[in-house]
Design a protein around this ligand. Structure first.
Ligand SMILES: NC(=O)c1ccc[n+]([C@@H]2O[C@H](COP(=O)([O-])OP(=O)(O)OC[C@H]3O[C@@H](n4cnc5c(N)ncnc54)[C@H](O)[C@@H]3O)[C@@H](O)[C@H]2O)c1
Length: 337
């Protein structure tokens, strides 16, 4: 991998942009040097908060030889063009999920990243929840045996529809709750249980007043390449979110409970042993951990979080679920190759 200058740009200084900027500030090796946002008030506030350049256009960041890394924190549909532009300029890119709106776009971005020898990582901060990490360690240790099936849901009351109104604009968001929260869930299912082979989906709008192309609930059944069935639900009408997962194996099961303020992992074996890990009092710092892991990974040239190829796989599952929900049929993912 190329030698990287340690200047960082945050593109889009909204909710996520502010989080990433703060996390970059606490990095040992990298400095925030540019903020770009078309909203003048926001970018000026960012420039003041972080004592860095701020602009409504990309040109000064693109031309800056000190810039090595970019965090793309803009609304979904804008991601693909911005990511491509900075990759072509030779910068490493961290992009908030989703990397883009279609899996074909993700495939093109993966090929471009390989060609220019730059890293692309997508936002997947749930991987940095301590109770999720504990579950991953237990699965890796083989303590619950060979994996058999999973049940998982993610959700909240749909507050994003108010705080980021573009979330309810199909042409900007690219989908409803499945494309939004469901992205994290599909990422975790793949991380725990492997690639997905086929899907069935049911989409519905139960509470919020949405464009007919969006949904506030999505239920899916995924079958992995190893034939493990996994039941998932993504919801914007869940009054006590946020994340709940169970993974079963031949020797026991793991439960991850992140409802409300909880952060628990329960490991139970067939012999009746139950171990409970409670991380509820720990700081909620998954954003910082994720940002630092990405930046540290660049310095050490090792791979860490999900990349453009993972984004492609997640988007394939998402698109196949939407297709299944409209045809009522099982969609086999190999057909999309
Ligand atoms: N847990 C997570 O991983 C998580 C959580 C929330 C949001 N997100 C993702 O983060 C991204 C941003 O969400 P948000 O909540 O911060 O939105 P936001 O609306 O708060 O912020 C977006 C910012 O981007 C700016 N912007 C719009 N078009 C731009 C462009 N072409 N170039 C530069 N800036 C532009 C806007 O002016 C705004 O300041 C979305 O893709 C969303 O899906 C991820």
């Amino acid at each position: 991998m190329r030698v990287t200058p340690h200047g960082v740009a945050v593109i889009g200084y909204g909710r996520m942009g502010r989080r990433r900027a703060k996390a970059v500030r606490s990095s040992k090796d990298f400095q925030l040097i540019h903020i770009v946002d078309p909203d003048d008030e926001r970018r000026l506030a960012g420039g003041r908060d972080f004592e860095c350049n701020s602009s409504t256009s990309f040109s000064s960041a693109l031309a800056d030889p000190d810039l090595g890394v970019v965090f793309v924190c803009t609304p979904n549909v804008t991601h693909a063009d911005i990511v491509r532009m900075f990759l072509e300029a030779g910068k490493h890119v961290f992009c908030e999920k989703p990397l883009c709106v279609t899996w074909e776009e993700a495939r093109a971005i993966a090929a471009l990243a390989k060609k220019v020898d730059c890293r692309v990582q997508i936002g997947a901060n749930a991987r940095y929840f301590p109770n999720v990490q504990k579950a991953k360690d237990v699965i890796n240790s083989n303590r619950i045996g060979e994996l058999t099936f999973g049940r998982a849901w993610i959700g909240h009351d749909g507050w994003v529809l108010k705080t980021t109104p573009w979330s309810s604009n199909y042409d900007i968001a690219g989908g409803g709750v499945l494309a939004d929260n469901g992205h994290h869930l599909i990422d975790l299912v793949r991380w725990f249980l492997g690639d997905i082979r086929s899907v069935q989906g049911v989409r519905s709008t139960l509470v919020h007043n949405l464009d007919a192309r969006l949904e506030d609930n999505f239920l899916g059944i995924l079958t992995t390449e190893r034939s493990n069935p996994v039941f998932i639900q993504a919801s914007w009408t869940d009054w006590n979110g946020y994340l709940y997962l169970e993974v079963y194996g031949t020797q026991g099961y793991i439960l991850v409970d992140s409802r409300g303020d909880a952060a628990l992992t329960l490991v139970s074996t067939k012999t009746g042993q139950i171990e409970r890990f409670d991380f509820s009092g720990m700081p909620k710092d998954s954003w910082e951990k994720e940002t630092h892991a990405f930046l540290d990974g660049i310095t050490r040239s090792d791979r860490f979080g999900p990349d453009a190829t993972d984004a492609m796989a997640i988007l394939r599952v998402t698109q196949a679920l939407y297709e299944s929900s409209s045809t009522g049929k099982v969609v086999n993912l190999n057909r999309l190759d």
